[in-house]
Design a protein around this ligand. Structure first.
Ligand code: GLN
Length: 463
């Protein structure tokens, strides 16, 4: 069900908000997909009752009226536990709301709960969570992708209509793809990061997931915009007016052999391109140099920023701490040894290695050179074309446990995702077909998200 259909039911009195929200919680409990780490049941049902009162006197509903929303557990919610999928924050209850939660609180939405995720958003399968691994509702033998796997599974299993994730290197688009829903990673800064636990601050953005692009738009409109607490946040301009979608210029990435795109994904991608060409005309194939180095550049920049951002989770300022220790060093070492999982430790080690004095700027400088070169080339392409298309992931979802011994697995399929984070560009992932593997990623111009969403809605209808 999408928001429009839900609102119709509310207005026709086919459904009360309370009955619907109750059914959402029942669904969560019977499914047992572990999409959520904590539920907000009492407050949600209270709000539902209040909305039912309101419903008596209104003819038109506010855009998020009575809409169940799931929030990734690295977004701070005042009074509601926020763990970031980590043992270290297993009892952390924030004393303030993320900016986007304040914006949501101005609407009539209903917060269902906080969703499962890879620990501190590091991973692409939700298996690095300290909590139970989320099950993919589309195929229970597979992981739901990650790191925002809980948010994607919640929407796919009707445990929420829309959800929020985060996206540092694909973490909203990857699980959206694997759970067959829509995932949107806006331009850097379009949604304030204030109160969103940082993983890699020059790459992080808040992502939105839903079954339909129209629902993504509704949630985005509520939470985007400048926040005085985040100087990297910005207001987007609406450039969609008076633009003819028929005249858009589309290009597609050259899927070179070395990118190792799964043959089934390649097949779906080519079929989707054919459908779009029938509507928009022949598409040019474009190439970006150094793309094969993009994941290495991402790994270096991300790990160095992770290492700096995670310094605050020391057991003193935030998080669980041990009660017996020999001295200050021992206190920090024990807290972090006890309360971080393997993936987090690996990235801290990597970040320290890349940024250490001996390595000086060797790795970081090279990675930034690659970042700038790729960004420059994509910008040039986006002067020529309005949108660039690629598959969302290059590989299919993996079986649960399949990659537990492979430290590189979380980066393997995200090539076309990380380029947009490194270039600060917006991108949206749309399932290519209901019954088929793979999603189409559409990359738009920087800060032209509203136009991207408009065209994505049209493309969604054509696939
Ligand atoms: N797969 C990427 C990683 O593990 C994505 C992380 C993210 O976007 N939060 O780093």
């Amino acid at each position: 069900m999408n928001i429009k259909e839900l609102h119709k039911k509310y207005l026709n009195k086919e459904l009360t908000v309370e009955a619907y929200i109750k059914s959402v919680f029942e669904n969560i409990k019977t499914n047992n997909y572990h999409a959520y780490i904590s539920l907000n049941e009492e407050a949600a049902l209270d709000k539902a009752k209040k909305l039912d009162e309101k419903l008596k006197d209104v003819k038109e509903l506010s855009p998020l009226f009575g809409v169940p929303v799931a929030i990734k557990d690295n977004i701070l919610t005042k009074g509601l536990k926020t763990t970031a999928g980590s043992k270290s924050l297993s009892n952390y209850v924030p004393i303030y709301n993320a900016d986007l939660i304040e914006k949501l609180n101005l609407s009539d939405y209903i917060l269902i709960g906080k969703t499962n995720m890879d620990e501190f958003a590091m991973g692409s399968s939700s298996e690095t969570s300290y909590y139970e691994t989320t099950i993919n509702p589309y195929d229970p033998s597979l992981t739901p992708g990650g790191s925002s796997g809980g948010s994607a599974a919640a929407v796919a299993a009707d445990e929420a209509i829309v959800s929020l994730g985060t996206d540092t290197g694909g973490s909203s688009r990857n699980p959206a793809d694997f759970c067959h829903i829509v995932g949107f990673a806006p331009s850097y800064g379009a949604i304030s990061r204030y109160g969103v636990i940082s993983m890699s601050n020059s790459l992080d953005r808040v992502g939105i997931m839903a079954k339909k692009v129209s629902d993504v738009k509704i949630l985005f409109d509520q939470i985007r915009g400048k926040s005085e607490n985040d100087f990297t946040s910005l207001d987007l301009e609406n450039t969609s007016e008076n633009k003819d979608n028929k005249k858009i210029r589309l290009a597609k990435f050259n899927l070179r052999d070395e990118y190792k795109v799964d043959p089934d994904i390649l097949k779906s991608f080519n079929e989707s391109i054919e459908k779009l060409e029938a509507e928009f005309g022949q598409m040019e194939t474009v190439d970006v140099d150094y793309l094969e180095y993009i994941n290495s550049a991402y790994t270096v920049i991300m790990s160095i920023e992770v290492e700096a951002n995670m310094a605050r989770i020391d057991g003193l300022r935030y998080g669980e701490s041990v009660s017996e220790y020999e001295n200050t060093d021992d206190f920090y070492i024990q807290n972090r040894t006890e309360n971080f999982g393997e993936e987090v430790k690996r990235r801290l080690a990597l970040g320290n290695f890349f940024a250490s004095k001996d390595n000086d700027q060797i790795y970081y400088k090279k990675a930034m050179q690659v970042r700038n070169l790729v960004k420059k080339q994509i910008d040039e392409l986006l002067n020529e074309y309005d949108l660039i298309l690629s598959p969302t992931t290059t590989l299919k979802a993996k079986k649960v446990g399949e990659t537990s011994q492979d430290a590189n697995a979380s980066f393997d399929s995200g090539l076309f995702n990380t380029i947009t984070n490194l270039s600060n560009l917006p991108a949206i992932s749309i399932p290519m077909k209901d019954d088929q593997i793979g999603s189409l990623q559409i990359i738009g111009k920087r800060n032209d998200d509203l136009r991207l969403l408009d065209i994505a809605e049209e493309i969604e209808g054509l696939l």
